[in-house]
Design a protein around this ligand. Structure first.
Ligand code: GDP
Ligand code: MG
Length: 220
């Protein structure tokens, strides 16, 4: 790599529509938080220059539309992903249960290779008022099973794009994992297949942990 040239990391935000992907990106990049729903058209990306352990990098943060009808656009943008934030809304159970299908889509478009990931439970400010919030232990347990499966350590972080809680932390945690994986190599290292990729590698998605244990509420 020529002197002065910066490595580029492509960071994608994955998750259902409305979980707060655009808000997280905007909050992280300091554009403030906008209340109200704005549907991203296709995909947006923003560029950030940063330094980790005295090395210069460029992070391209891609914000992909979660709507099914844009799936053709999504396929193009998964390619070359260095790492991703897997985002769900803690107040919306189905967005948590859909995380495995987002990972499956990433694998499908990334030659069945895993990438560094951080699991994000967004809208933590709604925890007190949500009817059936996803419990932290359940998310942590799922993140642990993703770690075992992927071979990368997959942290779980709860964020609020509304209050800003942990938003910087979420991006920084991912960027640290990404830079320590790719940072030392010249050019971009290939990420591994999952630990249990199945016989012909196409089983990667099939071997992914999908079990979302839900705790039944106890009767009083
Ligand atoms: P996207 O479709 O995943 O990009 O989601 P958006 O960023 O467009 O957010 C969807 C809706 O959720 C908007 O009305 C946001 O104002 C709201 N929202 C996003 N993040 C938060 C959060 O952390 N807390 C709360 N209370 N609302 C949020
Ligand atoms: Mg959006």
């Amino acid at each position: 790599m020529a002197a002065g040239q910066r490595k580029i990391f492509k960071i994608t935000l994955l998750g259902d529509g409305d979980v707060g992907k655009t808000s997280l990106r905007k909050n992280y990049l300091g554009e403030g938080f906008k209340d109200g729903y704005s549907m991203t058209i296709g995909a947006d990306f923003a560029v950030q220059r940063l330094q980790i352990n005295y090395q210069d990098f460029v992070a391209q943060i891609w914000d992909l539309e979660g709507q099914q009808r844009f799936s053709a656009v999504r396929e193009v943008y998964y390619r070359g992903t260095s790492g991703c934030l897997l985002v769900f809304d803690i107040s919306h159970r189905s967005s948590f249960e859909n995380i495995p299908s987002w990972i499956a889509e990433l694998l499908k478009n990334n030659s069945n290779r895993v990438v560094p990931m951080v699991l994000i439970g967004n809208k933590s400010d709604l925890r007190a008022i949500a009817k059936d919030p996803i419990m932290r232990e359940q998310s942590e347990e799922y993140a642990r099973s993703l770690s075992q499966w992927s071979g990368f350590s997959v942290p779980y972080i709860e964020t609020s794009a509304k209050t800003g809680e942990n938003v910087d932390e979420a991006f920084k945690t991912l960027l640290k994992i990404v830079s320590s994986f790719y940072g030392s190599s010249d050019g971009l290292a290939l990420t591994p297949y999952p630990k249990d990729p199945g016989d012909d590698m196409t089983g990667a998605a099939a071997s992914m942990p999908r079990k979302m244990k839900s705790k039944k509420k106890g009767r009083i």
